[in-house]
Structure formats: C-alpha cells, structure tokens
Design a protein around this ligand. Sequence first.
Ligand SMILES: Cc1cc2nc3c(=O)[nH]c(=O)nc-3n(C[C@H](O)[C@H](O)[C@H](O)COP(=O)(O)OP(=O)(O)OC[C@H]3O[C@@H](n4cnc5c(N)ncnc54)[C@H](O)[C@@H]3O)c2cc1C
Length: 391
Amino acid sequence: MADPKRYDVIIVGGGIIGSSVAYHLTRDRNETNVAVVERDPAYEKASTTLSMVNFRIQFSLKENVLISQYTSELFDRFEEIMQVRDTRPNISLAREGNLFLINEAGRPAAEASMKQQQELSCDVEWLNPDAIKAKYPLYDADQYPGGTFSPQDGHFDAYAVLMAYRAKAISQGAVYIADEVTGLKKNDGRVTGVELASGGVLEAENVVNCAGAWASEVAKTAGVSIPVIPTKRQIFVLDTAVKPAGPLPLTILPSGLYFRTETGGLILLGKSMDEDPVGFDFTWDRDRFMDLLWPELAEFVPAFDTAKLMRGWAGLYAVNELDGNALLGEWPELKGFYLANGFSGHGLQQAPAVGRYISELILGKAHALDLSVFNPVRVLENRPLSEDGLV
Ligand SMILES: Cc1cc2nc3c(=O)[nH]c(=O)nc-3n(C[C@H](O)[C@H](O)[C@H](O)COP(=O)(O)OP(=O)(O)OC[C@H]3O[C@@H](n4cnc5c(N)ncnc54)[C@H](O)[C@@H]3O)c2cc1C
C-alpha cells in the first residue's frame, strides 16, 4: 500500500480547478499518487458553488477564447466521459447564448474581438437593435448600436461538473482529504509538502495551489506573494411579474450589469463594482439591488419594473490585481509549487483546459493547448497580460 503521508502531487483546494487537476493527473498517468486537501467538503464557501456558471467564447485574448472553445466542445461529451460505473453526471447544459450590448465607445474593441473569434471558428455575430428586439422583444435595445451574440454559450450546473471531476478522479486513484493546509513546507528552493490543521504533514515534490480566493493565504506560508485578492460579488434572484416568452441569454450591459433567466421562471442578475469589498465577506445586501441594480435593469427591460426579490447570495472572485487573468504554472522562485489561481470571475469555464494544462506541466507532457502566456513569471516582471492581448 502507498504511504498515506507521501504523494507525487498534493493539491490544495478541491473546488472545480483542483478537482480538474486531480482528474487530469490521474487520467494522464494513472500511477500518479495524488492527494487533494479540501477543508470545506460541502463547498459552502467555494466560488464554484456560488457563481453564475456562465461560459462564453466572447473574450478578446486569444487563449481565453481557445480555453472556452475547448470547454464548449467538451461539454457535449462530458457526461459520457465522466461516467463512473453506472453513474453518469447530469450537468444541465443550457446553450442559451451570451449577448453583450455594446455602446459606441466600446464598438471598435467589440468588433475586433468578434472578428478574432470568428477567425477561430466561433459562432458569434453582430445583432443590430431590430435583430435584438426580434429575438428578445422585452429589451429596449434602441439605446445601443447593437450587440455581439454567441448562441452556443450558456450555463451549466457547476456543482455537477465539480462532483463529476471529483468522482472520476477518485475512481482513478486520487485521494480527497478533509483537512486544512496551514502551511507549505520547503527546503533549498523546492517545495517538500504541506502541514495540516489536524497536525500531520504530507510530503510531495509537487504542490498545486488551487485554493481559489484563499490562494494568496496559502502562497504566503511559503513566502510567495501573488496579487490575488478575495473580492465579494453578489447575485440576486428575481421573480418578475412579466415572464419572457423563452429563455434569455446572459445579457451584459456596457455598465457591467448582467442577467439571465433561471429555471422556475426566475431571473438571476449581478454586477461587479469597484467598491465591492475585499476580504472574506459572504453577506449580501438587499439595498444594492433595490437602489442600484433594479432601476438599471428596468430601464433596459421595462417589463421587469414589477418584480419580487426572492433571495441573493455573495461569493468571492479571486481577482488577479495585475491583469485579471489566470496565473498558471510553476512559481519561478519555488520549484514544484504550481499555481492555478486568479481566475477573476471566469474560472469555471476554464477548469477543463486548466486542469489538463497543469497536469501536462507536472507530468512533462506536450501541451494540447499552449497556455504559457499565463505563466506567473509575469508577476515578478510586472508584465500584465491584458484581455486584448496587449502588454
Ligand atoms: C458571484 C460569482 C459569479 C461567478 N460567475 C462565473 C461565471 O459565470 N463563469 C465562470 O466561469 N466563473 C464564474 N465565477 C468564478 C468561478 O466561480 C471561479 O473562478 C471558480 O469557481 C474557481 O474555482 P476554484 O476551484 O479555483 O475555487 P473554489 O471553488 O473557491 O475552490 C477552492 C477551494 O479551496 C479550498 N481551500 C482554500 N484554502 C484551503 C486550505 N488552506 N486548505 C484546504 N482547502 C482550502 C476552499 O475550501 C475551496 O473549496 C463566479 C464567481 C462568483 C463568486
């Protein structure tokens, strides 16, 4: 029997990213000994279970588009691939589209992004206000010159995808340990394992930081400073008096307000704001919806003027303050310490490609998709990677 204190790879955090890494490592080299340490096995505070679960090909950085394209293709086969014995996951895939409303100021950048997405064979088109109203009659689209629409995008059940990765990883030999990593251990410039809250130590030559919004806390214990900050984001659930005739796509206004239909005839909405507090705060705020979001929503969808706020919740974005993009790869100053952090609000849709990439890095395999632009060395060089690919 393998030594329960010694692994090839220890993954800190078993959310969707950590579980995807565990799945890929044990799939790509079955004899790899992988432990995933997760302190909240019910995932009550994990971003994975508190999100909006949207996936979209509408990014401007080419690699982000390719990552989502892979996810979108994979999701059609995901349930079959992830079957464990007789149990097949149900990820409730809903390709209801993403519609970005664009104002004049944003039009050149939106058109350039759309062109690149089309060159990459993505299904995305420009809709003028009449075309938007024809599809979604409740929208007052005349306020904008148009929008970019990607009909194959949509949402899914993130908990089901997380559980599928977890179950499949376990079936391939990964071990999940319900405990908290309180410190990383290192020696001579190389990571050697982790200390646990329960008092024990686990040894490994490779440790992957998949701690989501807590990533900086974990890194700090090895003297590694990464620009990832936990930032509160809120989602509200609305029951409107007028129901749309069919599903609404995730609709994003130039201000950042976003909403879509949810099962049960409900509307989900949210908006990231500069004043969103940094820290581990999970309280949600009814006044924000009443004072700020609802008036804005009702201006674009006048029929939603009459509605009942059903509930809300708060979760954390792991915001990469350097550039809002993921940090993927080995930390240059600590051998064997890998980061899969800083997803800044789009980590769910990146989990499949990220898990595969980190696994390839650790196992020394060729990359199916080169994600080296996300190398964390750019933190040390203070070289932001912006969404439009310009440095
Ligand atoms: C409101 C909201 C809306 C979002 N909408 C979208 C969206 O539409 N599309 C999208 O792609 N993404 C979205 N996101 C972002 C997405 O949820 C995250 O990027 C993604 O879930 C990150 O997964 P993760 O596994 O890195 O983090 P998490 O799911 O947070 O998992 C990290 C895990 O690490 C564990 N952990 C932390 N520290 C330790 C430790 N020391 N020891 C042991 N365990 C530890 C935690 O308990 C946690 O379970 C949204 C996020 C929020 C909050």
